[in-house]
Design a protein around this ligand. Structure first.
Ligand code: HEM
Length: 507
């Protein structure tokens, strides 16, 4: 018996050794392959993190630019013992972005899981694939067409609020835009107006922003990554509370909507504000479409519906707010371009104050170029990350499966091969004849391939409506220089201290 036990123990020890040896060999191979790539010198334990963590937030983008210039177009960083491969050339994106093999998101996204679970942004594999297929019809142009009225109503409120600040010495326009896009996404995603523009202290609005801010705060502090540490800090406790309120709100709306669809109860929001409720508007919110799919095919659980609705809340308001604010910032620096935009608006609307139609929005060709050029200079989502689903070979380098790869949209947008004067702000960069000669991934602010932005059309229509309202009513002057407004790469590329403008009424 003793001999048998000794034999078993010896076999187990041998297996453990073999397992360990295989792990070490894999690790050594990974290090050998990754270290063939150029990159800054790595230190024991910390790798190259000191290059990033030691850089102030408002200098981070410049630091990444320096690294790109020194080591690009393909280089590596070591986040402790984990490699990160950075690509800065559009031609190198092809293999990853077009493939369904590399659809898994990087580690950062796990900090969104407590809120979004595995909704579209955070999921991968079969779940992502089937949900993407189910949700895509909800973004059909005919559905988006019905949202233009929601955009317009909220923009009219925005103009009213801005009119009170016009003619003064200047103010930060960013919170005004953010509250407007929050109202729009609540109404279109959940069918529920939250009136953040009227009640600037709206609890739900505050809680959503808290959750987003604290997610970034945690991501940027390595010591807060373990749950048992984070949730025992003041930030972690605040996060938990805000998260509870945010998720509770969505769950309540879903339940009410389900009851209303089954004819049991009238949603409480309907009676509290009859004019703006989705019931009376007779239009469907994304939530209604999800409920329809789930009712018909029983495919989505209540929790999955909540995850998707909250995913729209996350992906659909900060993005459009930031992008709109940067356009105003740039137009406030380029009065000649602003006047061309205004001339196009005047041609479309003549003297009418009417809200834009889908056709009007499509006719704003020059505006399109201005918005694109702003997205080039200030890309709302500056980086896209993926975990490789299989080994790939890029530019002669073998990158093993499981490696995290960052595609730097920010640096690609500054590639002189695609944009000959990359530092110059020039909407004509997007004249059709100039676009024609460019690689198809040279400009991908909404990503590309199977995991591209499902809300791209929604965002473009919303942004044009917002800007059309603002610019038809006011002349915008930016008060801070470009050097003084630092873009901070959080989840989106936001201006560090907002966007200070002076508005002059056009009427
Ligand atoms: C200017 C505005 C926007 C920009 C620049 C933008 C950009 C992007 C980018 C680059 C991605 C890919 C991210 C990645 O692969 O890591 C993405 C994904 C996504 N976006 Fe947007 N977005 C915008 C607005 C919106 C809006 C308004 C919505 C919803 C109403 C939305 C919903 C989503 C969703 C659900 C995904 C995940 C898609 C998937 O993985 O299948 N986005 N967006």
């Amino acid at each position: 018996m003793d001999v048998f036990a000794a034999l078993v123990a010896a076999a187990a020890a041998l297996l453990a050794c073999a397992y360990l040896a295989a792990g070490l060999a894999r690790r050594a191979k990974l290090r050998r392959l990754i270290d063939k790539l150029p990159g800054p010198r790595a230190l024991p334990l910390v790798g190259t993190t000191h290059h990033i963590l030691g850089t102030p937030r408002n200098k981070l983008l410049n630091k990444i630019k320096e690294l790109g210039q020194q080591y690009g177009p393909i280089f590596r960083m070591w986040l402790g013992s984990s490699p990160e491969v950075i690509l800065t050339k559009s031609t190198h994106f092809e293999e990853i972005i077009n493939s369904t093999k590399h659809v898994e998101k990087s580690d950062f996204y796990k900090f969104l899981h407590p809120w979004l679970g595995t909704g579209l942004v955070t999921s991968s594999g079969q779940k992502w694939h089937s949900h993407r297929k189910m949700i895509t019809p909800a973004f059909h142009l005919s559905i988006l067409d019905s949202f233009i009225e929601v955009f317009a109503d909220n923009c009219a409120i925005l103009v009213d609020k801005l009119a009170r600040r016009a003619g003064g010495s200047g103010f930060d326009i960013f919170p005004y835009i953010t509250r407007c896009t929050l109202d729009i996404i609540c109404e279109t995603a959940m069918g529920v107006p939250i009136f953040a523009q009227e009640d600037t202290d709206s609890e739900y609005g505050r809680m959503v922003n808290d959750v987003i801010e604290l997610t970034v705060y945690r991501r940027d502090r390595l010591w807060l990554h373990p749950d048992f540490i984070f949730y025992n800090t003041p930030a972690g406790r605040r996060y938990k509370k805000s998260l509870g309120i945010t998720k509770g709100f969505t769950k309540k709306v879903i339940q009410e909507r389900k009851d209303a669809l089954s004819g049991a109860v009238k949603p409480s929001h309907e009676s509290s504000d009859e004019d703006r409720s989705f019931g009376l508007r007779k239009k469907k919110a994304f939530l209604d479409l999800l409920l329809e799919v789930s009712g018909k095919e029983g495919k989505l659980s209540d929790e999955e519906i909540r995850e998707e609705v909250d995913t729209f809340m996350f992906a659909g308001h900060d993005t459009t707010a930031t992008s709109t604010a940067w356009v105003l910032f740039m137009l406030g620096h380029h009065p000649e371009i602003q006047e061309k935009v205004y001339a196009e608006q005047a041609e479309i609307f003549q003297d009418s104050k009417r809200s834009p139609t889908m056709k009007d929005l499509h006719e704003m060709k020059y505006f399109d170029r201005v918005i694109k050029e702003t997205l080039r200079v200030y890309p709302t989502v500056p980086f896209i990350q993926r975990i490789l689903g299989e080994d790939v070979r890029i530019d002669g380098y073998d990158i093993p499966r499981g490696t995290s790869v960052t595609m730097s949209i920010f640096l690609t947008n500054l590639d002189p091969e695609s944009f000959p004067n990359p530092e110059q702000y020039d909407p004509d960069n997007f004249l059709p004849e100039r676009v024609l000669g460019r690689h198809h991934f040279a400009f991908i602010p909404f990503s590309a391939g199977p995991r591209n932005c499902i809300g791209q059309k929604f965002a473009q229509l919303e942004e044009k409506t917002l800007l059309s309202y603002i610019l038809r009513n006011f002349k915008v002057l930016s008060l801070d220089s470009r050097e003084d407004v630092h873009p901070i790469p959080e989840i989106v590329l936001r201006p560090e201290h907002g966007i200070k403008v002076c508005l002059t009424s056009r009427t």
